[in-house]
Design a protein around this ligand. Structure first.
Ligand code: F6R
Length: 613
C-alpha cells in the first residue's frame, strides 16, 4: 500500500526521502515520487514502477533542498503511471501533497472544483485535496487553515502530508481514520514524517504517533499537534526500541527467509518476561484482564484477516479447550457488515501484524460501538489497533518486512496459548497441576522451532519435486486445520501456484474428486489427537494416485512408508504443534518460489499493510 516519507532540517532532503521510501518498498507499490523545496519553488520528480526508476530520474535531473516529501503509490484511482503518481501539485504549483487513503466523495468534489475552474491533470482522487487547499488559500487563509478546511470536506480515511512554497519552514501532516499511520520522528534541529516506522528509524527513535483527526505542524524545531478543528493537543513522545539493523536483510537473499529463520528468536522474545515457570503463571499486564472481567466474558470473537485470521482459528481451539469460553473467528471484512451480536460481556480480540489493516480496524470500531471489551494482538508498536484496544499483547517479533507473513504467524499462536491459560486461571477453569504442565511446555517452543529450521535442506529437496506443480491441496484437522489454510496461502501468494487448504474431513464431500497423479496433497499429520484420521487421509489420497507430502512427527515409520515425501517436525505438545508444523510449509513455499525465480518479498498485487477496504 502507499507509503509516505517527509523531512525538514538542514541536510539534503532528497537522499533522506528516497532512502526512507526504499525502507517502505516491502509494503508493495506501483509508482513513486518526491517533491523538494528548491530555491523557493517546488520541484517534483515521479514515475511509474520501482524506486530505481525514480532514483534514476533524480540522478538525471537532480533536486536539492532541505525540505522534502515522498510517496510510494498503490493505485486505487487511475492506473499506475507517472501522471497519477504522487506528489500532486495544485494549479499554481505552490502547494504539493502526498496522500494515503481513498477520498470516498471525490467525484462530487471534483465536479464542484471543475465548475469553479479547477483543471485536473491526473485521474486520482488525491488531486481534489490539493485543489481544495489551493481554493482556500486563495481566500486568504493560512496553509494550516486551508488544510483544515479541505480535510473537513473529505469522506473516508486519510493520511496526508503537505508542503507549500509560501510557508517553507514547515510540513503539515494529518490523519483521519485508518488509512495507515502518520508518525513524526523527532530529531535534533530536524524532523521526519512517515507512514511507517522503518522509513525513519535509522534517524531517530523518538516518535509521536498521530491519532485520527489530528494535524501536526512540523518545523525544524519540533511539532505542534492539534485536532482538525484547531484545538491544541499535548502529545507523548515514545521511544522505539527496534533496532534499525534488524530491518535489513543481513546475510539473507530475501526478508522472508530471514524472517522464517528469526522465529527461534521471536518465539523466545514472545515468551520472555511473560512466563513464570516456577509458579506456572502467565503475565500479560498490558491485556488489563482482571478476574472480574475474565469471569464476566461469555463469548470471544477473534477478528483478523488472512494469515492473522488463521492464527485466530488455532486460538479458537486453544481458548475453547483450555479456558472453556466459546470463541468465534471472523474475517474483518465480514464482521464489520454483519451486525454481529455483541454486548459488554463479549470480548473482541483483533489479531494484526501491522495494526493498520482497514478491515480489522473497522471491525474493532464496530465492536467498540456495540460495547464489547476490545483486545488486540499486534506487532507494530503504536499502531491504531494497539491504541484502539482496551488491552493488548504485543507480538515481540520486530519489523516483518516480507509481504508473506511468517514470524508474525507463529508468535500470535503462542500469544493465544498464553492468553488461554491466563484466562482459564482467572476464570477458575484450570487446576494448578494442569496449568503448570501447559506453562512448562512453553519452554520447549524456541528449540522445537529451531529443530524444524535445521531441516531446511530436506525441505528444499521436496521443493524441487513440486516446482512444476500447477495446483496443490493442503489438508489438516483440529488444531492443525488452520495450518493447512496457512500452508496453502503461503504457497499461492509467493509462488503463484493455485493451492487450497481444506479441513481433511471435508475431502469426501467434494474435493477428493480433484485427486489424481498430478496434484500434490500436503497432509498435516503430526502425533496429535487427530493423527489416526489424518493417516487414513493419506491412504485415501494414495488410493487415488495422489502424490502425498506429509508433515509428520520425527520417527513416524507408518507415515514414511505411506507418503511420497515427508517434512519432519520434532515431537511437540499438540496444542503447540501448529507452531512447528507450519515452519516446513513456510520453507516449502519459499523454496518453490525461489526455484521459480519469483519476487518473494514483494509478490505481485500484494501489499504488506492493507489500509484500504
Ligand atoms: C499473508 C499475509 C496477509 C496478512 C493480512 C492481515 O502472508 O501477510 O494475509 O496476514 O493482510 O494483515 P495484518 O496482520 O497486518 O492485519
Amino acid at each position: 500500500m502507499c507509503g509516505i516519507v517527509g523531512y525538514i532540517g538542514e541536510k539534503d532532503a532528497t537522499p533522506i526521502v528516497l532512502n526512507g521510501l526504499k525502507k517502505l518498498e516491502y509494503r508493495g507499490y506501483d509508482s513513486a515520487g518526491l517533491a523538494v523545496l528548491e530555491n523557493g519553488h517546488i520541484e517534483v520528480r515521479r514515475d511509474a514502477g520501482k524506486l530505481e526508476r525514480l532514483a534514476a530520474l533524480v540522478q538525471e535531473s537532480p533536486l536539492h533542498g532541505q525540505v522534502g516529501i515522498g510517496h510510494t503509490r498503490w493505485a486505487t484511482h487511475g492506473e499506475p503511471n507517472a501522471g497519477n503518481a504522487h506528489p500532486h501539485l495544485g494549479m499554481t504549483g505552490d502547494v504539493v501533497i502526498v496522500h494515503n487513503g481513498i477520498v470516498e466523495n471525490y467525484l462530487e468534489l471534483k465536479e464542484e472544483l471543475k465548475e469553479k475552474g479547477a483543471v485536473f491533470t491526473s485521474e486520482t482522487d488525491t488531486e481534489v485535496i490539493v485543489h481544495l487547499i489551493e481554493r482556500s488559500l486563495m481566500t486568504g487563509k493560512t496553509l494550516e487553515e486551508a488544510i483544515r478546511c479541505a480535510l473537513l470536506r473529505l469522506r473516508g480515511a486519510h493520511g496526508i502530508v503537505v508542503l507549500s512554497k509560501d510557508e517553507p519552514d514547515k510540513i503539515i501532516a494529518a490523519r483521519i481514520g485508518n488509512a495507515g499511520g502518520v508518525v513524526i520522528g523527532m530529531g535534533d534541529g530536524e524532523m521526519y514524517i512517515a507512514s511507517d516506522l522503518p522509513a525513519i528509524l535509522e534517524h531517530t527513535r523518538k516518535m509521536v504517533f498521530l491519532e485520527s483527526r489530528q494535524m501536526a505542524v512540523v518545523t525544524r524545531a519540533g511539532a505542534r499537534i492539534s485536532t482538525l478543528e484547531g484545538e491544541p493537543i499535548p502529545y507523548e513522545v515514545q521511544t522505539i526500541s527496534w533496532d534499525p539493523v534488524s530491518a535489513e536483510k543481513g546475510e539473507y537473499r530475501h526478508f522472508m527467509r530471514k524472517e522464517i529463520h528469526e522465529q527461534v528468536r521471536s518465539l523466545t522474545d514472545t515468551i520472555a518476561g511473560r512466563v513464570d515457570f516456577d509458579h506456572g503463571r502467565i503475565n500479560l499486564p498490558k491485556l488489563n484482564l482482571t478476574p472480574a472481567l475474565a469471569q464476566r466474558i461469555e463469548r470471544i470473537y477473534i477478528i483478523a484477516c488472512g494469515t492473522a485470521a488463521y492464527a485466530g482459528m488455532v486460538g479458537k481451539v486453544l481458548i475453547e479447550r483450555i479456558a472453556r469460553v466459546p470463541v468465534e473467528v471472523d474475517i474483518g471484512s465480514e464482521f464489520r457488515y454483519r451486525d454481529p451480536i455483541i454486548n459488554e460481556n463479549t470480548a473482541v480480540l483483533a489479531i494484526s501484524q501491522s495494526g493498520e489493516t482497514a478491515d480489522t480496524l473497522a471491525a474493532m470500531e464496530e465492536a467498540r460501538e456495540k460495547g464489547a471489551v476490545l483486545w488486540a494482538i499486534v506487532n507494530a508498536i503504536g499502531s491504531q489497533a494497539m491504541r484502539l484496544a482496551d488491552g493488548f499483547i504485543s507480538m515481540q517479533v520486530g519489523p516483518e518486512i516480507g509481504v508473506a507473513s511468517t514470524k508474525a504467524y507463529t508468535a500470535p499462536l503462542v500469544d493465544l496459548y498464553m492468553l488461554a491459560i491466563h484466562l482459564a486461571e482467572q476464570r477458575g477453569e484450570i487446576n494448578e497441576w494442569e496449568r503448570k504442565g501447559l506453562v512448562s511446555d512453553l519452554r520447549l517452543v524456541p528449540d522445537l522451532a529451531g529443530r524444524c529450521l535445521d531441516r531446511e535442506g530436506e525441505v528444499e529437496i521436496v521443493a524441487q519435486a513440486l516446482v512444476e506443480a500447477r495446483s496443490a491441496l493442503y489438508l489438516g484437522r483440529g488444531v492443525n486445520m488452520p495450518t493447512a489454510y496457512e500452508g496453502a496461502l503461503k504457497l499461492k501468494e509467493i509462488s503463484y501456484i493455485h493451492a487450497e487448504g481444506y479441513p481433511a474431513g471435508e475431502m469426501k464431500h467434494g474435493p477428493i474428486a480433484l485427486i489424481d497423479g498430478d496434484i500434490p496433497v500436503v497432509v498435516i499429520a503430526p502425533q496429535d489427537p487427530w493423527y489416526e484420521k489424518m493417516f487414513s487421509q493419506i491412504e485415501q489420497a494414495k488410493a487415488r494416485g495422489g502424490q502425498v507430502i506429509a508433515v509428520a512427527t520425527e520417527g513416524d515409520k507408518r507415515i514414511s512408508a505411506a507418503a511420497d515425501h515427508v517434512l519432519w517436525v520434532p515431537e511437540t505438545p499438540w496444542m503447540l504443534s501448529p507452531v512447528t508444523t507450519v515452519i516446513p510449509l513456510q520453507m516449502l513455499a519459499y523454496h518453490i518460489a525461489a526455484l521459480r525465480g519469483l519476487d518473494i518479498d514483494q509478490p505481485r498485487n500484494l501489499a504488506k499493510s492493507v489500509t484500504v477496504e
